[in-house]
Design a protein around this ligand. Structure first.
Ligand code: HSE
Length: 306
């Protein structure tokens, strides 16, 4: 086999309180990619979606991880990657991670599955470095593992898959672009001890809530006293979306990754659709173009298309 097609899902990083340590894969939207083996150690990127992303593989989020893989293997073969992106860059639902993780999973498949999932995350993080200047794993890990993942440490990598009850996810993407690198730059470099205590209580509560199927605990723990107060200023309508979605029955939610998308978790599909109506009404009134998704947690991650 010298060619494979994969679907690489959107992801929600941070899950409100878990900045850089928690993430979740979504069933929709997803990117489609084809990867082919080449008989020289190069990476060729072809885009079919019209997004103006760098064609230089070293600057491309799908290309950089494959160059790292070729170098580590001292490989004589290379890869051509054809990307059809549905996840808009700068949306906050893991567009760069989908490219990076998708390319790595496809390449690993073509090489005969020689790498562990953790190794694949390690390569995919080269793509995040290109995209945001920092090797964070809270999008690429859930993209590769599926479900919800905790990244206890990135150096060395320590990734834990977290089981969860059935949850429905509503996402609104107001059509403004927030670059992850900018959204990281504006964060304060120090936190108050009282805020740290509240935050780690919430992270532990959220993980316990997922593992115990305790919806109320999940809802109570979806609180961020460190990052959200700063980043939410970049997202028009944020406070109103959060408040009214909770009034409509959502368990809770917040900024997806570095934004501008906002996500909400619900116990059942009917509530998730009610939440979508609330989101739409707010952005109609504000007069800002938007896109919504009602979806669920993707248990599988990047999928090889048969
Ligand atoms: N944890 C990262 C951030 C995710 O919030 O900057 C970016 O998608």
């Amino acid at each position: 086999m010298n060619e494979v097609t994969i679907q690489s899902p959107a992801t929600v990083a941070n899950l409100v309180c878990g900045f850089d340590v928690l993430g979740m894969a979504l069933d929709a939207p997803f990117d489609t990619m084809q990867v082919r083996l080449l008989d020289e150690p190069i990476v060729v990127i072809t885009s079919r979606d019209g997004f103006p992303l760098p064609a230089d593989p070293a600057q491309n989020t799908a290309g950089a991880p494959l160059l790292a893989m070729i170098e580590e293997l001292n490989s004589k073969i290379g890869f051509e990657v054809i990307i059809d992106k549905q996840i808009k860059p700068g949306s906050g639902i893991g567009s760069s991670a989908a490219s990076a993780a998708g390319a790595v999973v496809a390449a690993n498949h073509l090489l005969g599955n020689i790498f562990t999932k953790q190794d694949q995350v390690r390569f995919a993080m080269f793509g995040e470095k290109v995209a945001s200047g920092v090797k964070h794993a809270d999008n690429v890990a859930p993209c590769i593992y599926g479900g919800i993942t905790l990244i206890r440490s990135i150096f060395p990598l320590d990734i834990i898959a977290i089981p969860s009850p059935l949850l429905y996810v509503t996402v609104v993407h107001p059509q403004i672009e927030v670059r992850t690198s900018d959204a990281r730059q504006i964060l304060r470099k120090e936190v108050l001890l009282k805020d740290a205590i509240r935050q780690w209580g919430n992270i532990a509560g959220l993980v316990a809530g997922f593992m115990k199927n305790d919806y109320d605990l999940i809802g109570r723990s979806l609180e961020d006293v460190i990052i959200e107060p700063v980043r939410s200023m970049l997202i028009p309508g944020f406070d109103e979306v959060k408040q009214k979605c909770k009034e409509a029955g959502a368990l809770g939610g917040g900024i997806s990754g570095s934004g501008p998308s906002i996500f909400m978790l619900s116990k059942d599909p009917a509530t998730a659709h009610e939440v979508e109506k609330v989101m739409k009404a707010i952005y109609e009134r504000i007069g800002l173009a938007y896109h919504t998704y009602v979806t669920s947690i993707n248990p599988e991650g990047v999928k090889i298309v048969p």
